[in-house]
Design a binder for this molecule. Structure first.
Ligand code: GLA
Length: 342
């Protein structure tokens, strides 16, 4: 009797993309400013086998199975379940013809402002065989995000997630896309406290982008403007002026924060985070009473050095820095490496 050769077991590959928390530099990326996020040790992992002309994915973090034939011309909005829009948008962005069959696990809550969607896009990109640079992966993922949500987001989330280095925060110049990996100082605890679910779709995010665009029409690039320029722009409507004041002051805070981080001056870094929150609350108008209350609570906790809302706003999380033995309020997070094969 001749033995029937056993089929080769399919080799399962795994890719992982971290979430991110933004330490400082909020709503500055889409005017080509400065941001200082940190990839975190929470993320999205895909276990998969390559599959010709097809994607089939389920997730432990969301309902439903995404099924797509490749290459896909489907508008992402036509894809169900809803999280499949990011998968379809990335597949379309990469003109993928070889798909994947697999499962997703994630411990980044959706709607928390920790970039679960950017992590999914970057992980999908790698699983679909993307082989360019981290910056190219980030740009493709940003396009996918726009196609999936129609929200005109910047490059911060995807670039941090694609390019981060373990133990470092990621200082990004959103004009040049230059990155400096800044070591996270010893003796600092970074915590994230989840306050409320939110989505940027249908939020005031796009209005803020439009406000900043009006300010730039009058003032030129906000990246090059000074507070004196903003104060002198008396013909500007009050919304655009306040948004510009936030962006210009926030870019300056990012530079000071990075200097304080490099010098291990955590008291100054913390103070700058608290000033950032005030600017987002008063001038950018994207905090919420619950987030303000959480920041106040955090700041009255012994050992907390700085606290602010983080991410796109309208809900989500606050981020705090503090002494390592300060009482915990949320998740303690560590600086993780960017998207990668495991
Ligand atoms: C969201 C967007 C980013 C950035 C932040 C606000 O996370 O995806 O591009 O604009 O909001 O800083």
């Amino acid at each position: 009797m001749s033995a029937v050769p056993a089929a080769e077991p399919a080799v399962v590959s795994r890719v992982h993309a971290p979430g991110r928390v933004n330490l400082i530099g909020e709503h500055t990326d889409y005017t080509r400013g400065l941001v200082f996020p940190m990839a975190i040790d929470r993320g999205t992992t895909i276990s998969f086998v390559p599959t010709p002309s097809r994607i089939e994915l389920s997730s432990d973090a969301a309902d439903g199975t995404v099924r797509l034939d490749l290459p896909t011309e489907l508008p992402p909005s036509a894809v169900t379940p809803a999280w499949g829009r990011y998968v379809a948008a990335m597949a379309r962005q990469l003109d993928a013809v070889v798909g994947i069959t697999g499962t997703i696990t994630s411990d980044i809550p959706a709607g928390a402002g920790l970039s679960s969607s950017a992590a999914l896009e970057c992980a999908i990109g790698l699983a679909l065989g993307f082989s360019g640079s981290p910056t190219e992966l980030a740009l493709a993922a940003q396009q996918a995000e726009h196609a999936a949500t129609s929200v005109p987001t910047g490059i911060m989330d995807q670039l941090c997630i694609a390019a981060a280095r373990s133990g470092h925060a990621t200082l990004i110049d959103c004009r040049t896309l230059d990155i400096e990996h800044v070591p996270v100082p010893d003796g600092i605890a970074v915590e994230v406290e989840f306050i409320s679910h939110r989505t940027l779709e249908g939020s005031g995010y796009a209005d803020r982008v439009a406000d900043c665009a009006r300010a730039e029409e009058a003032l030129g690039p906000l990246r090059d403007a000074t507070i004196a320029d903003v104060i002198a722009a008396t013909t500007l409507d009050s919304h655009a002026r306040r948004r510009a004041r936030h962006v210009v002051s926030e870019n300056a805070r990012v530079i000071e924060f990075a200097e304080a981080f490099r010098a291990g001056d955590l008291a100054t870094a913390g103070q700058l985070m608290t000033e950032s929150h005030e600017s987002l609350r008063l001038d950018f108008g994207i905090s919420t009473p619950a987030m303000d209350a959480a920041v106040d609570r955090a700041m009255s906790t012994p050992g907390t050095l700085g606290a602010r809302m983080t991410g796109g706003g309208f809900g989500g999380c606050i981020v705090t820095i503090g002494e390592p033995d300060a009482p915990h309020r949320g998740w303690s997070v560590r600086a993780a490496a960017g998207a990668r094969y495991l």
